[in-house]
Design a protein around this ligand. Structure first.
Ligand SMILES: Nc1nc2c(ncn2[C@@H]2O[C@H](COP(=O)(O)OP(=O)(O)OP(=O)(O)O)[C@@H](O)[C@H]2O)c(=O)[nH]1
Ligand SMILES: [Mg+2]
Ligand SMILES: [Zn+2]
Length: 299
């Protein structure tokens, strides 16, 4: 009998699948047929040799990062919201935030920033950090609070509702802590995940989905240092910078490279302070990376 389930963890040759009552089943993958990722809906079937994945349902969306060679690699599928977690420590990386904005936009998944560990901030510090984030990042949705104290969790719970949210960001910002705070009673050690490292720290090594029956599904992912986007197109980068896209049409020369040409609207915006220099620099850098990526793919 075929049964439907959701992939909570996928490794090279098998995956863990949650059935309707939340029980987990270890399923082998068939050689043919797509390779499921965390968040996929699949059909599976118990057989004498163990359970087998029969089919992967078409995805509503999929998040694909670049692997070490810059090739797209799926991270998770069927996601309603990406939550980029930052914290006072480790220090937020503004370029990483812009990379995630491009990634979420490319997958057509709304992005929310969560400033975690506010229990470690004085009110004035919290305010200064949030003010800087909103100045540096054009129209970025931002919430804040603490996985430890519980501050702000109701707002993020409301935002996620009964949907599926993925938590992404640097190592140590509190993605797993937030997952545990939002899905009470969850055991993140399910399967082979979350091996404690020698220092007794629990750094996440696998992308895993946890859910509360009738509540949200949360996908906890391993921390990253950076995020490769060279498999995306310059147009996909442009889409995440609508304020800059609008300006590039206003340069004096249609083929302006925005590199010191006369009548460059971007240069004007930078000099007048209408756009933060950092934002323009990140845009230029990501455009360059994706243009190089295209050149690599063609050669
Ligand atoms: N003060 C404070 N500490 C927190 C909070 N959330 C998490 N931490 C601490 O920050 C450290 C890292 O938390 P994790 O939840 O493991 O971070 P992570 O983002 O999952 O890290 P990786 O799995 O390595 O990517 C732990 O020592 C947590 O106890 C918070 O809201 N306030
Ligand atoms: Mg973690
Ligand atoms: Zn220009």
């Amino acid at each position: 009998m075929r049964r439907r389930g959701r992939v909570v963890l996928s490794t090279g040759d098998h995956c863990l699948v949650a059935d309707q009552s939340g029980d987990l089943h270890r399923c082998q993958l068939r050689r043919r047929g797509g390779r499921p990722v965390c968040g996929d809906w699949i059909d599976w079937q118990a057989q004498s040799g163990g359970a087998v994945v029969e089919a992967v349902e078409p995805r509503r969306n999929v998040i694909e990062r670049g692997d070490f060679r810059g090739h797209p690699r799926p991270l998770a599928a069927n996601v309603d919201r990406m939550v980029l977690v930052i914290a006072p420590t480790p220090t937020p990386d503004p370029l990483l935030i812009d990379r995630y904005r491009v990634l979420s936009r490319a997958a057509a998944i709304p992005l929310t920033l969560w400033l975690n560990k506010t229990d470690r901030l004085e009110e004035a510090q919290r305010h200064a950090l949030l003010t800087r984030l909103s100045a540096d990042h054009h129209r970025l949705d931002c919430l804040d609070g603490s996985a430890r104290s519980g501050a702000g969790l109701d707002a993020i719970r409301r935002l996620i509702g009964a949907g599926t949210a993925i938590l992404v960001g640097q190592s140590g910002v509190g993605k797993s802590s937030l997952t545990k705070a939002l899905v009470p009673g969850v055991d993140l050690r399910v399967g082979e995940i979350n091996r404690a490292s020698g220092q007794g720290r629990h750094t996440t090594t696998e992308t895993i989905l946890v859910e509360h029956p009738g509540g949200p599904a949360l996908i906890d992912s391993p921390g990253v240092r950076t995020l490769r986007l060279d498999h995306l197109s310059p147009g996909q980068v442009m889409a995440a910078f609508p304020d800059i896209a609008e300006l590039t049409g206003q340069c004096q020369f249609r083929d302006c490279r925005h590199n010191g040409e006369p009548g460059c609207a971007l240069q004007r915006a930078r000099e007048s302070g209408a756009l933060p220099a950092q934002r323009i620099a990140h845009w230029a850098r990501l455009m360059q990376e994706t243009e190089n990526g295209l050149a690599d793919q063609k050669s």
